[in-house]
Design a protein around this ligand. Structure first.
Ligand SMILES: Cc1cccc(C)c1Nc1c(-c2c(F)cccc2F)nc2cccc(C)n12
Length: 233
């Protein structure tokens, strides 16, 4: 039986990332609107655009608090954010949709997604992902670390110092691996299952690019921040 030891420094890292992850949540006024506004495809899409924009803002704040991230090359920081945003947002919305949020927020969000004029071919894999994440019953620490590992993916477009990002990601992977062994002793393959979700995220990322194009074609409006993060004209 492998003896797993999490060092003092690694506990401090876990705590810093978890605090940042919990500190940066979507503002109440945005989530309140989800419960109040009426249901039409247009209204649902508008609300999801607001939630998406808010999720990007929350993501940028969270990323700035990842230990070591601000020491990376400035342009690489931008490249990592642009390259990982939708994957981190899929993880964040999966966590919201899989746990029972207060006041039926989860059901309302799901309902609005299903009735926002999104094509079936994207809806199915997306809700499949949400179900797969839900079945993992990840702890808060695991969610925050998995999001951090997604952001610190070295092979995003335009990343120059590949090694510097890889080194940082490896530190996080080692912490997550140990945490999984300690928190899921009955499931030796749990860490591997978590990493398998990162592969699923890449597929959803490709679907998302197509979604953006089809929304654009149907003349859907985005906010300037969403246009900037996903290079939409
Ligand atoms: C907030 C939300 C939650 C679940 C599903 C969806 C479709 C959304 N909304 C959007 C997403 C998006 C995301 F924010 C998280 C996950 C996957 C995503 F497709 N991306 C975009 C891009 C332009 C406009 C919107 C409305 N939009």
């Amino acid at each position: 039986k492998e003896k797993v030891e999490i060092t003092k420094e690694q506990w401090a890292l876990i705590k810093a990332i978890l605090d940042a992850y919990n500190r940066h949540q979507i503002p109440q006024d945005v989530t309140k609107k989800l419960l109040q506004e009426q249901y039409s495809a247009e209204e649902n899409f508008l609300l999801l655009t607001e939630v998406a924009t808010s999720q990007v803002q929350v993501l940028v704040e969270f990323t700035k608090n990842i230990p070591g991230f601000l020491s990376l090359d400035r342009e690489d920081q931008i490249a990592l954010l642009k390259g990982s945003a939708v994957e981190a947002m899929f993880l964040r919305s999966a966590q919201v949709l899989s746990k029972k949020m207060p006041r039926g927020y989860t059901e309302v969000l799901e309902e609005r997604i299903r009735k926002s004029g999104m094509s079936e071919e994207f809806m199915t894999p997306m809700f499949n992902f949400y179900k797969n994440i839900g079945e993992l019953h990840m702890t808060q620490e695991e969610q925050a670390l998995l999001t951090t590992i997604t952001i610190l993916t070295p092979d995003r477009p335009y990343v120059k110092s590949h090694e510097a990002v890889e080194r940082l990601q490896e530190i996080m992977l080692d912490v997550l691996r140990k945490l999984c062994v300690l928190q899921h002793p009955q499931e030796p393959q749990y860490f591997a299952r978590l990493l398998g979700r990162l592969t699923e995220l890449r597929t959803l990322h490709h679907y998302h690019v197509e979604m953006l194009t089809s929304w654009k074609t149907n003349d859907h409006k985005f906010t300037p921040l969403l246009c900037e993060i996903w290079d939409v004209q």
